[in-house]
Design a protein around this ligand. Sequence first.
Ligand SMILES: [Zn+2]
Ligand SMILES: [Zn+2]
Length: 394
Amino acid sequence: MSSKDWIDKDYYAALGVDKSASSDEIKKAYRKLARESHPDHNPGDTGAEERFKTVSEAYAVLGDEKKRREYDEMRSLFGSGAFRRSARGAGQPGGMPFDVSDLFGGGAGGGDNRFSGGGFTDLFSSIFSGGGAGGPARPRGPARGRDVETEVALDFEDAVRGVTLPLTLRAPGVCDTCHGNGAKPGTQPVACPVCHGAGVTTRNQGSFSFSEPCRNCQGVGTIVEEKCPECHGTGGVTKTRTLNVRFPAGVADGQRIRLAGRGEPGERGGAAGDLFVQVKVRPDELFGRTGDDLTLTVPITYAEAVLGTDLRVPTLDGTVTLRVPPGTPSGRVLRARGKGVVRKDGRAGDLLVTLDVVVPAKVSDEARAALETFAAQTPPAAREHLDARVRRFS
Ligand SMILES: [Zn+2]
Ligand SMILES: [Zn+2]
């Protein structure tokens, strides 16, 4: 994120508060918005996740008296003035060839001293780690750990009822034998003889000079003479860790669950990344699922459809008896209320039973005779509207 982006952000609008809002009002607004958009309450909703991030970022600044003061100052300086126009006009006719990042990069030649060493750089480095500003790197906060994505397959019933499963994750980690420096225990990496420890080499070409990562040490600045036997000198190993993950009742196929802070640990005490678990639900042999409703198809005979019957059908944890009224057409859906997926808050979906009138492939002679008698007593099926069209072609 560049400082230009930052200036363009309206943290007050993000929290829906006035610029003169008290710190209490800001806190209240933040709590409400954070609650509404919290990923735990909106699993799989990337819009909510985005809103949550925006709100959190805004509160990180406005919720801190000192940062808020600096932010206000910054916006009153740059919010709508010539600075912004010139920054946008860079490279266009009449526009000044000027980039905001020059001001904050730290090293850009002879910048305006108002902005170096003052509150703004502090503000930037505390909000952003690894921001996009140019110039030499300055020490920033410890890096946040990376987010981790994984996929898990749940049994149908586990997804309906909720389940806690151990999840084994394999991720790159620091070698414990050499603590990441890649050198055999008892030895130390030595300064690279090519770049003398700088990690970069400089090449002159006319009046320009180019810096590039040192090829001898791959930009690290040191080389390992005796390699660590565990990681073969790379300093990294694949680590396995096991987490117990709770899947809430009613979790759906395709849902993405976010576990804040369960991703990779941050470097040197930085915040951990998040773990995202993509859920796959294995199909059940009997039941299907549409949201919180379970679905079930039940075959019935023609006689049952005509005469009506009581059907005893399975639910996930018992049975339920459904009345099929006389004259029920094939495909009719009967609803057993509250026999679907029960959510954490106690609300439950329904069991939707689709009746499927089956036609026997073979019948006994007696049945055939009875059916012929039946047919003789029954008016023909209502096909007049089709017959009219058929006659056109005959
Ligand atoms: Zn080197
Ligand atoms: Zn090692």
